[in-house]
Design a protein around this ligand. Sequence first.
Ligand code: ARG
Length: 473
Amino acid sequence: MSNQSNKLWNGRFSLPTNEFVETFTASVKFDNRMYKQDIRASLAHAKMLMKIGVLTVNELSEIESGMNIILNEIESGEFIWSIEHEDIHMNIEFRLTQLIGDTGKKLHTGRSRNDQVATDVKLYMKDEISEIEQLLFSLKSNLVKLAEEHSETIMPGYTHLQIAQPIILGHHILAWYEMLSRDYGRLIDCKRRLNTCPLGSAALAGTTYPIDRMLTAKELGFDSPCRNSLDGVSDRDFVIEFMSWASILFVHLSRISEELIIWSTSEFNFIELSDSFCTGSSIMPQKKNPDVPELIRGKTGRVFGSLISMLTIMKGQPLAYNKDNQEDKEPLFDIIDTTKGSLKLFSELFAFYYDNDKIKRHHIKFNTDKMYKSAIDGFSTATDYADYLVRNGYSFREAHEIVGNTVSYCIKNELRLDKLPLEQFRQYAPDINSDIYDFLTVEGSVNSRNHFGATSPHQVKLSVAVAKKELEL
Ligand code: ARG
């Protein structure tokens, strides 16, 4: 049994806490990472208490210096976190009282850990989201730069992972950019909606002190206080929303990873990842494994898992605060760490530098010759041939059949479509002219898809310009 004399809520208890219950219910091991936010929120609360006459000017300054000492102790690793004080809030309050005496005991006037923890989590998320925004921005910038560099590079485009039509590599990169741009917009939206301050909701019903919630909300950088105290302490939508955001982001990161993994196989050989982004096999000496994209694809599992945990934690809770909510933190922190780590690595993967005015990348090399060759070898201009026949009077279905027959003739005879002699074309389409060859090149194919949003180099360059403007690059 623990010594209960130190507990901040000890008054109505006659038995000490069971030791394992104490360990089981404590959150300090993981919630202490919110120390900056907890101190910031306490200082705003104290300032407000002074303004409404609950604390004197002197008491406020005692609290401020006590908190300053605590901040230094935590950052230098001297602070003693104790399970006995359950969570970050009570550990800090206990230490404050040790340092400044009875004034420390006044800090909790007009608030509860319920509004305190909701405020801390929101403040913590606001800080983390700002960092995540930066990482996403840098990834997007690197991708735009890559798209610009490859605004004329031809590669095969796929449907069903079968070669479909030639496209521009920059167009493919900009498709990734579009996914991430939607993620960026959703993140800003999530940040905007979480920006209301729970502080002052107190335990659930507000408080009997004439607190100034506008002041604390403003002091902490929130748009306004939460409008309903019951909702203020119990709402965790903002966590769910952020996790949903992260889950969609990871759908994208995982899909991009999958493409990088496929592209780096010896069969595709479209890209080569640098040694520093790969590892070898302990048994097969020839191997170089694309660990980073594989791991990011794998981490998608834990991100989705966190979202499911959080939805499940919330689904049966009656109003207002319940201890269940303490379970929000570990999945939230995990998803934040995973997101930051993955975005950082992804951005780094596409980072560039200049070498004698030539753009270079440290960690990824595009084998553009191989991409071009695959686009040529894969009958990727078959649709262009069909479109040509339609322009020359055939119905689309007739054209489809003629092209199908011609392609299968080429496959049987190991011939390329653009190298097939005119007489062979005429076997299936007797009145065809030699201008057909203008439409069978991959260059002709991409250039002719020249409308808004399509793959022609001209359109890709326009899209790059729009993206650069968006990012103010
Ligand atoms: N450690 C708690 C949490 O993370 C803080 C709030 C506890 N409130 C309470 N009434 N037990 O949610």
